[in-house]
Design a protein around this ligand. Structure first.
Ligand SMILES: [Zn+2]
Length: 434
């Protein structure tokens, strides 16, 4: 068995690992980069009109023979670890014959992103795997392990062929709401794998332990208990752990939780996979608002039925205004027009609940400025989607790999200071024989 990391040995984002034997070839993830070569934020709009040859030349698409051309397909399967764009975002360039292996909920989220965001990623041939159930692509066996991560439906993979093994961590942590999945893994981990390809996103932050998602919930309750204030939260609609934390804090502080039609749709679609709140009789304090731009887009694209399915749980701008001290509402920059039409919401709390790096984005700045001008107090309540150093050490202890390969990190050089196992620092595209 051989493998190479196409991208990720020296950066976070755009992960892609190729693994092959004499008989079969697979890719683990096919992500969009998060940074340009000069370290600036990656902006795909710059490359939108280029074809796959041009994108390969620019180093945006990995150079893999036959991957983009139907007549020459050589790839037997693309395995997707989780529905974050930096792990699947370039799939649309892959030829139509390729088979995809992914979680069913991951596919659902990718389809919802096509509906609500500018992305267009369509997977033609899908095979849904289940946690801990081994499947084969040619002579390569893959076992998905359910992971605690900020994306819903995330996995790590054990890959085995010809008596050799590698373990691809994907993105994971132990301080989210699926802590149990992590500790189950530490007790049931495959042992003595030849190579552990290990993410190191948060190594820059040193030995600091991450706050747990339950501590986030506690911090939110404290804010929500302040009297006579509306609470607006800017968070990712796809960070389901966080949305559950907010919902639980609302229950404890007796608040009405308002989500918009985008988040309502995600919650409803994912409720068949996990016990999460969604607009229904069962979750009485969960209400849906219909933002101007999202509603217009759904109507224009013939998707009115998505709007109507939540009509029984609708909350109007007037109703929000009348009981603003009882409201906790998720907002995002495109909803500013809607906020302008809600009367009497000055002096509230604005909770920023995402990675601090996004604070530099111009639309984020605009939203925050608008609300701070309305005398809102800005609070930052967040925890990472990625493992801290203690957790990285625990997974290494559980797997006892013969070698560790850094991926999804800017700090590959620091691995040798953290782990006792041999660290193999690869270059992007460097072939390794196991
Ligand atoms: Zn991720």
């Amino acid at each position: 068995m051989k493998f190479k990391i196409h991208r990720g040995t020296k950066e976070i984002g755009g992960s892609c690992v190729e693994v092959w034997t004499e008989q079969a070839k697979i890719l683990l993830d096919f992500g969009m980069p998060l940074v340009e070569k000069d370290g600036k934020e990656f902006d795909f709009r710059k490359y939108k009109n280029m074809n796959s040859d041009e994108l390969v030349n620019k180093g945006i698409l990995p150079n893999i023979d036959g991957l983009y051309d139907n007549s020459k397909n050589t790839i037997d399967g693309v395995i997707v670890s989780h529905p974050h764009q930096d792990h699947y975002g370039l799939i649309n360039f892959i030829n139509d014959d390729v088979q995809y292996y992914l979680g069913e909920a991951t596919h659902k989220i990718i389809k919802l992103n096509n509906l609500f965001t500018p992305q267009e990623v369509y997977l033609k041939n899908t095979n849904y795997f289940e946690k801990s159930k081994k499947f084969k692509v040619g002579d390569i066996s893959i076992t998905p392990y359910w992971a605690d991560h900020s994306a819903f439906d995330s996995y790590s993979f054990l890959v085995e062929a010809n008596g050799k093994s590698l373990f691809y961590s994907g993105d994971f942590r132990s301080h989210g709401r699926k802590t149990k999945a992590f500790y189950w893994f530490t007790h049931n981990a495959p042992k003595n794998v030849d190579y552990l390809i290990l993410e190191g996103t948060t190594i820059t932050r040193g030995n600091k332990n991450n706050k747990t998602e339950f501590e986030i919930e506690r911090d939110l309750i404290k804010l929500f208990e302040q009297k006579e204030k509306i609470n607006l939260i800017y968070t990712s609609g796809q960070n389901i752990d966080r949305i559950v934390s907010i919902y639980s804090a609302c229950i404890r502080a007796n608040k009405i939780f308002v989500v918009d039609v985008y988040i309502a749709t995600i919650l409803k679609e994912l409720s068949e996979f996990a016990k999460i709140p969604y607009p229904s009789k069962e979750f009485k304090n969960l209400k849906v608002m219909f933002p101007y731009y999202t509603s217009r887009r759904l109507k224009n694209e013939g998707n009115e039925k998505i709007l109507y399915q939540f009509k029984n749980y609708k909350i109007t701008k007037e109703e929000i205004s009348e009981q603003s001290d009882k409201i906790v509402m998720i907002v995002r920059p495109s909803m500013q027009k809607d906020l302008e039409n809600i009367n009497g919401i000055e002096c509230g709390n604005l909770i920023y609940s995402m990675w601090e790096g996004y604070l530099k984005k111009s639309d984020t700045i605009k939203l925050i400025d608008y609300l701070v001008n309305k005398k809102f107090t800005l609070h930052k309540i967040h925890t990472s989607g990625h493992a801290d150093i203690q957790t990285l050490k625990k997974i290494v202890e559980a797997i006892k790999p013969k070698n560790i390969v850094p991926i999804h990190t800017f700090e590959g050089d620091k691995y040798k200071d953290i782990f006792n196992e041999p660290i193999i620092k690869l270059m992007d595209e460097e072939v390794r024989i196991i």
